[in-house]
Design a protein. Structure first.
Length: 178
């Protein structure tokens, strides 16, 4: 039986009682992708790429608003889900991967190779958490404010996303990617 100490645990009775918790579940798990039984971060990263491909052709103002909205929804969802489940950085939450890989893929262009590279670079960086991303990851697990934890859950992936973006831009400038 799962308990609140299990970082994949979900308090389904509490979630079912509230439309607000359902909205947090949809946002945090990126419409349920994070509930898949294994590798939720990988699935969340993969599930984000079609949205990035579509949003690439949208005007810049809309793209910025869309992704800032997703980031805000992710922070609020992480806060809400961790509170209702009694967890910190619940592993079902994948909106952090969604928005993080979005940062990595921001200037990918509509080249399949760049999306594959964005996916791979982001996943490797997300799993290894190079400095300073690891600092944000630790911050999200510290005891303290639930809001601080929710921001930390998202921010380590945003830092990883920026690191991945830098690597992709370098690969493009060196001619390794289109």
């Amino acid at each position: 039986m799962s308990t609140a100490k299990d970082r994949r645990w979900m308090n389904w009775p509490a979630i079912r009682q509230s439309p607000r918790q359902w909205l947090a579940l949809l946002g945090g798990t990126y419409f349920g992708v994070g509930l898949l039984p294994w590798a939720p971060g990988t699935w969340g990263t993969l599930a984000a790429l079609p949205l990035w491909y579509w949003s690439e052709s949208c005007n810049t103002t809309f793209r910025i608003a869309l992704w800032l909205g997703l980031a805000g929804w992710g922070v609020w969802s992480a806060y809400s889900l961790d509170r209702v489940n009694g967890t910190r950085d619940n592993q079902n939450i994948v909106m952090d991967e969604v928005t993080g890989v979005g940062i990595t893929a921001w200037w990918a262009g509509q080249h399949v190779q760049n999306y594959v590279a964005a996916f791979l670079v982001f996943r490797v960086l997300d799993m290894t958490k190079p400095f300073p991303a690891r600092s944000f990851d630790r911050w999200s697990h510290e005891h303290g404010s639930a809001w601080k934890s929710a921001i930390g859950v998202m921010a380590d992936d945003w830092v990883v996303g920026l690191q991945g973006l830098l690597l992709l831009k370098l690969a493009q400038s060196w001619g390794w990617l289109p």
